[in-house]
Design a protein around this ligand. Sequence first.
Ligand SMILES: O=C(O)CCC(=O)C(=O)O
Ligand SMILES: [Fe+2]
Length: 393
Amino acid sequence: MAPVLIPPIKIGHIDDVQELTKVRPTTVPERYVRNMAERPTVPTFSSPSQSLDIPVIDLSKLVQGGDDEAARRELMKLAASCEEWGFFQVINHGIDKDLLERIEKVATDFFMLPLEEKQKYPMAPGTIQGYGHAFVFSEDQKLDWCNMLALGVEPHYIRNPKLWPTNPAKFSETLEMYSTKVRKLCQTLLRFIAMTLGLNQDTFNDMFGVSVQAVRMNYYPPCSRPDLVLGLSPHSDGSALTVLQQGLGSSVGLQILKDNTWVPVQPVTNALVINIGDTMEVLTNGKYKSVEHRAVTHKEKDRLSIVTFYAPSYEIELGPLPELVDDNHPCLYRTYYHGEYNRHYVTNKLQGKKKTLEFAKIQTTKISTNLRSHSSVLTTPPIRFLCENMTYW
Ligand SMILES: O=C(O)CCC(=O)C(=O)O
Ligand SMILES: [Fe+2]
């Protein structure tokens, strides 16, 4: 195969926000100051969004299963969460509290290391693994008030072992254990999500093949002007499912866009936040929503989130499931390889949901119910999507 030529990306000087808050706690450099339209409104208690909470799903009720009335009700709640919110919190998810605490500890310990130590795992410009700022492609792009450590986890060929911290000593071992448990949780959730759609419960797990799993740890230091900056730009996730753990005692920072209002996600003790990603929106032909979300900062408190992205293998061909397309539900998305979508996602800045899903939207005015008519849109042969030189997970 001909080598892929990637033009050099100039991202300019980036202040490390953690260092900045230590040395000049009241300074917010211009590159972090958002344009008026993007600035977050600091919520007031009279704001209606305060009374909205995302649904909470008790997984133990689903797992008990059978014809149990409680299980049926929980399954309906899950369906409504995916359709109306695209987000829910899951309790009794089967991951030990102790493991949640351990992953939080190694993540916190990593971010508290001296800068020189963290810079041993640098995120190269235009890539998304390592420590630094992801999704920055130009010198004038506004920056998120956040430090990230992002790592490809599974399958092994997406890993860059040089970027896995050896300090704290237990980092890799804990991340492996955590990722195994989160993967099982995703597979369980996908079984129940398939059931809510009237599909065979193995539909997604069978289709995804050797699924791709990546982890991003986000650390948001306090910011003296939370009204001017964003912790993380608005975006939807490219994954099928995302599992997000909010640090204990972290500020309330995650917000989701519901009916044009940013709704804060109030942490629930020991719960994990789950969201539907773009891939699931495509597979369900838009029935289940990949919802735009962002993170905001806090004046005094810091925030940690540990985010797992669970997606199909790159060589898997995706499009709306035929069972979810009919005369009343015309096919909204074309067919593509997941690797193509991933490349599109990681080579563009975060800019809301519209841009990423536009990739898959059928652009014709005449929308067909015939899936086959769209297969001609496939632009590349089913090549193996390797991560060498590329910015894939
Ligand atoms: O920190 C958060 O709560 C949001 C993180 C997130 O959306 C992401 O990493 O994709
Ligand atoms: Fe996200």
